[in-house]
Design a protein around this ligand. Structure first.
Ligand code: SAM
Ligand code: SF4
Length: 366
């Protein structure tokens, strides 16, 4: 049986950032209590018995809730599943709520990786996008995590923020490198529908860098990080040697995982299972969406996920699933042009073409 990853969704935040459309909201302690009870039930009732190689507490903001809630969930998972002794166990934290005490508790519980939502180290920008922390707090939180014993520390940055210049972004990355984070995720800001950000752009209150400028920022960041010894192992993810996120890599390798909590997804036994995004439905175990992954969808996912990261796509696994990539009209041409690279029965996207990966992936699909 394949080992799996486990994702736990903590859908609570202290306030909403203007760009965010993740399943998260500001809730009372009473609602939180109800949620965690329900989450424990969901984990206990899970009928899949698999060994676990990674656990990821994401959100929302896991660090915003009482540490005892996190402990109860973690203990429930440990009672229910057999966890690898060297499993990667991550918790997402916001710099303002990840206090030294909490970080210490997480370490004692068994977490061995922290992912901080830094987003920017420019206070004026952080304020505009509605973050509750400033740059000093972000750097202090990273320092505190190291103090309590975390070595595997990651930080998220956003690209294309209001008033952000290339120099600002590179400065942020340089500071993160200085603070010795071993992993950086850098996402291009998406303007999601019905967010305050979308409204503010519409009424002229906020202007974002142009698309060309944002691409230039992304490429400058890639150059900078690669030059500093970080590997770009996925379009938005960079790490020191060996410090990739094992949990995320499992998603991209089309490995199996179980997701618990509001809006959480699972992929197991060729089925995708999605919990409802609505709190009332989740608490009542209603509106759970199940999709059977047929062979065509499986092939599509293998190509899409494999080309996003430096793992590439396994040609033999693909042919066993019924798709012969050599028969694709574009494949040979892409190899000839150096857009795709082929070695040891796998094909990869040349990292120089990550920016246009969507178009290439579409051409390669059955
Ligand atoms: C689900 S969020 C939760 C992390 C944590 N609550 C925080 O905000 O720092 C994970 C990451 O997604 C990224 N993200 C959130 N909204 C985004 C958006 N509209 N566009 C691009 N990236 C986004 C941010 O970098 C964030 O750190
Ligand atoms: S703290 Fe994170 S999850 Fe919460 S609103 Fe902000 S970006 Fe979204």
């Amino acid at each position: 049986m394949n080992k799996i990853g486990i994702y736990v969704h903590i859908p609570f935040c202290e306030s909403k950032c203007i760009y965010c459309d993740f399943a998260s909201s500001v809730c009372s302690k009473k609602v939180q209590e109800k949620y965690f009870e329900s989450l424990i039930e969901e984990i206990k009732k899970c009928r899949y018995r698999r060994k676990v190689k990674s656990i990821y507490f994401g959100g929302g903001t896991p660090s915003s809730v009482d540490v005892n809630f996190i402990k109860k969930i973690y203990d429930t998972i440990c009672e229910k599943f057999e966890i690898d002794v060297d499993a990667e166990v991550t918790i997402e934290c916001n710099p303002n709520s990840a206090t030294l005490d909490k970080l210490n508790e997480y370490k004692k519980m068994g977490f061995n990786r922290i992912s901080f939502g830094v987003q920017s180290l420019h206070d004026d920008i952080l304020k505009i996008i509605g973050r509750r922390h400033n740059s000093k707090q972000a750097l202090q939180a990273i320092e505190n995590a190291r103090r309590v014993g975390f070595k595997n520390i990651s930080a998220d940055l956003l690209i294309g923020l209001p008033n952000q210049s290339i120099e600002d972004l590179i400065q942020d990355a340089a500071q993160l490198i200085n603070s010795k984070v071993v992993h950086i995720s850098a996402y291009i800001l998406q303007v999601e529908r019905n967010t305050p950000l979308e409204l503010k752009i519409k009424n002229g209150e906020i202007t974002l860098p142009t698309e060309d400028k944002t691409v230039e920022m992304y490429l400058s960041l890639v150059g900078f990080l690669v030059n500093k010894g970080y590997n770009r192992y996925e379009i938005s993810n960079f790490c020191r040697d060996g410090c990739y996120s094992r949990h995320n890599l499992n998603y991209w390798k089309l490995g199996e995982y179980l997701g618990f909590g509001l809006a959480a997804h699972s992929y197991i036994n060729y089925r995708r299972i999605a919990n409802s995004c609505n709190m009332h439905d989740f608490l009542n175990r209603k509106n759970i969406f199940i999709e059977k992954i047929d062979s065509k969808k499986n092939i599509e996912e293998m190509i899409m996920l494999g080309l996003r990261c430096n793992l590439g796509v396994d040609i033999i696994r693909l042919s066993k699933a019924g798709y012969f990539i050599n028969n694709n009209a574009y494949y040979k041409e892409f190899l000839k042009q150096g857009i795709l690279l082929e070695r040891e029965n796998r094909f990869y996207l040349n990292p120089n073409y990550y920016g246009v990966s969507n178009k290439i992936i579409c051409d390669l699909l059955p």
